[in-house]
Write a protein that binds this ligand. Sequence first.
Ligand SMILES: Nc1ncnc2c1ncn2[C@@H]1O[C@H](COP(=O)(O)OP(=O)(O)O)[C@@H](O)[C@H]1O
Ligand SMILES: [Mg+2]
Length: 479
Amino acid sequence: MANLLLRHVYKIYAGTEKPKKNAKGEAKKRSGDYVAVKDFNMEINDGEFIVFVGPSGCGKSTTLRMIAGLEEISGGELYIDGQLVNDVDAKDRDIAMVFQSYALYPHLTAYDNIAFGLKMRKVPAPKLDSEGNQVVAIDSKKVKEITARQKKLKKQYTVILKDIEDCGEEESNDLTYYTEKKALLEKRIQEAEADLEYYTSTPVPLFNYVHMSKKEIDEKVQWAAEILGIEELLDSKPAEMSGGQRQRIALGRAMVRGPKVFLLDEPLSNLDAKLRTAMRAEIVKLHNQLKTTFIYVTHDQIEAMTMGTRIVVMKLGVVQQIDTPTNLFDYPENKFVAGFIGTPQMNFFEVDVKRDGDKLDVTLEDGQTVKLELSELRTIEDKYLDGSSHKVYLGIRGENIRVDSEGVKATLTIKEVLGNTTQLFLRLTEKSQDFIVSVPERNALTPGECVNIKLDEKFVHLFDRETELSIMSREYGNK
Ligand SMILES: Nc1ncnc2c1ncn2[C@@H]1O[C@H](COP(=O)(O)OP(=O)(O)O)[C@@H](O)[C@H]1O
Ligand SMILES: [Mg+2]
């Protein structure tokens, strides 16, 4: 169980030139360097199921690998349960990772694959005196550890003070960043001081570190096998198993470690569609049972929507929006998120909007106009309602457009009958792109026919044409 805090996290892959660290010990961008993750900020609460989603190459795996400790953090801070872990080894982070490729040992049985990590690992066992009572004393090891931590923090603190001095009086992003960092360091130094005071004055129960007993290991393996429904597979080798079974073994191997955080990187990508849907539900169930923090990476927005309690949408190394699945769907903060979440994709029209009393006049690319009720639309930023014309994107999902006896005229190009719904591909002009209208009923329309459509105002999204940012709030109604 753990909470995580990512503050201004960067990953910069060095270009052809050798990466050089500046005085602050943080990598600076150099020519040819590639910024794979840019200023990632997020607080993850204990027990959340977080999904990172975005197109291939947007930095999902890199972020996950930085959290796991498999990839160095180029800039910023990562905290797990309040502890800065930038410099903590992967094996000491109490994190388990499951990959798309399973990464099982082919020569070991499922049982031994699951047990492997446990056999290698040492766990705390009470330190006993000659009479069998647990020794309670000053923990000198802990005192040493905290003293070292304190020393390191104080060193960082002097560097920060120097950085702030170097920034001068003027307000700048650097200054804000360093000032924030200084406050954090002060807090951490105080915490270390309090810890030190406690451990130097208070005797605590002591532990030795020993290998787990065979029995303990067996109990854990059996526990995981039962939850995953793989008891009968424990004697099989990976080659004898299906993809889904192998992925369960990989999950089991992660579970028995009792990690604070589970990291899963596209774990279902190698499975066929049907199995993927089934495993999706199983992983959600597993999360409900374990109640541990999960971070799950996928490029599949349906996986993200069905699994995440919160979703992080990324594009080109930059976080676009962090929100619940329904908020992402209902209130996308930019055009990219709007287009990425939801199938079929949201339709976008390049339009001009102009306020006319309590209506919004929308002029489509082919010159047709629509009047939308401002009171029915989500609240629009004032500057777009100043009575002059503004270029925006109008976004609307296919299910929020209906075929009517009057309204905007469009030509049907293709009709797809999906059974439960019918998708109409329509086009405003010969040259314009198709947009999709998804209607619940079947109909007798045929390609080439002209139809009239109406937009449901409640579900209209507007984005600035330049910034592509939403210009609407989450509330409804316009004054
Ligand atoms: N070791 C590396 N060296 C240089 N560039 C890398 C390295 N690993 C990944 N990248 C680049 O960083 C970007 C993000 O990669 P990644 O995090 O794997 O994306 P995702 O998991 O979202 O598909 C990609 O453009 C990728 O080419
Ligand atoms: Mg990846």
